[in-house]
Design a protein around this ligand. Structure first.
Ligand code: HEC
Ligand code: HEC
Length: 270
């Protein structure tokens, strides 16, 4: 499969680069996922105004596979990135009134056999067509990219880092960030914002979740209904510090207006 080979290629290129600034290592899984999910299950309908627009766009770009090649900020030092950083794209096109339509087209169709606008500045010769992205999402993504100004603030950088950590460790194979909306399908697992809502203010939530993420939930009373999997398998290969980073991140996610759907645990029920 063409996309699959491309992913491996990108991954190998990434591994060959030693630059620590490249923080989206082997996201090829995300890309496959994004392709699998193209359309319905991407369901990006959740739009609480409290969830910062930037966070939502980072999530959409992650799910769309853009960060396999791009980063938001340019890499530090002298390493050459695979693709232009979004801040560089913004700086170049911000004042061009035609840029939105032009770039949306480039994103959808890819740039092979067309002008090479970043030749010499980046390591890849062209962007392949992003076949898993529809025009509406491409519009949103490019609009967001063009709005970027200056370095992302530290909260956004943390969100970017945690998203990448979750994606590389396979969390997003089962979890969505937001509850599915307008889709009949039952999700595999509770969305991260529902988890944040459910555990908000509960004592010992952190200890409980550290244990759930590390060791899985098979031995625990069932907490989540409306999900398709009975339990979460242990995430044994995850380092303890990454477990903590992920749990703290999930717990701190904005979740105003999000309703969690936990199972009533009745006495005597396991
Ligand atoms: C496989 C790697 C790859 C992926 C995945 C990818 N891009 Fe690109 N992108 C590139 C490269 C390489 C360029 C530079 C092309 C050039 O030199 O004209 C580029 C350029 C761009 C540009 C600037 C185009 C121009 O003409 O200046 C935008 C905007 C962009 N990408 C957005 C996206 C978005 C949004 C996504 C996800 C939906 C995405 N890209 C996914 C590699 C990629
Ligand atoms: C194979 C699918 C799968 C993967 C991969 C997965 N989860 Fe889960 N996760 C689930 C399911 C299913 C539940 C609900 C479990 C239940 O109802 O007992 C869950 C529940 C959770 C919970 C809430 C646990 C609780 O006790 O309420 C957290 C937090 C969580 N997952 C985080 C993560 C993180 C972080 C990762 C990546 C390191 C991850 N999950 C990977 C399927 C998965």
């Amino acid at each position: 499969m063409h996309q699959g080979r491309l992913c491996c290629y990108v991954y190998e290129r990434r591994r060959a680069q030693t630059a620590p600034a490249i923080c989206f290592d082997h996201l090829e899984r995300t890309m496959k996922l994004a392709i699998l999910r193209a359309g319905a299950t991407l369901a990006f309908a959740f739009s609480s105004s409290v969830v910062a627009a930037d966070e939502q766009m980072l999530e959409l770009a992650t799910a769309s596979g853009c960060f396999i090649c791009h980063t938001v900020a340019p890499p530090a030092g002298s390493s050459v990135a695979l693709a232009p950083a979004y801040e560089q794209v913004a700086a170049r096109y911000r004042d061009d009134p035609e840029a939105l339509g032009y770039l949306v087209d480039r994103v959808l169709k890819g740039t092979a056999y067309q002008d090479q606008n970043w030749g010499g500045a980046v390591n890849m010769r062209f962007m392949p067509p992003n076949v898993n992205v529809d025009r509406e999402d491409a519009d949103k993504l490019v609009g967001w990219i063009l709005s970027l100004e200056g370095a992302p603030d530290s909260a956004l950088q943390r969100h970017e880092g945690a998203l990448a950590l979750a994606a590389t460790n396979g969390c997003m194979i089962c979890h969505e960030m937001n509850p599915l909306q307008g889709v009949k399908a039952i999700p595999l697992a509770p969305s991260f914002r529902e988890i944040a809502a459910y555990y908000d203010g509960k004592p010992e939530a952190r200890e409980h979740l550290l244990d759930s993420v590390k060791n899985g939930t098979v031995t625990k009373p069932k907490i989540w209904e409306n999900v398709n999997m009975r339990f979460m398998p242990p995430n044994i290969s995850l380092r303890d510090e990454d477990v903590a980073t992920l749990v703290d991140w999930v717990m701190a996610l904005e979740h105003e207006g999000v309703t969690a759907h936990p199972t009533e645990v009745k006495p005597g029920q396991n």
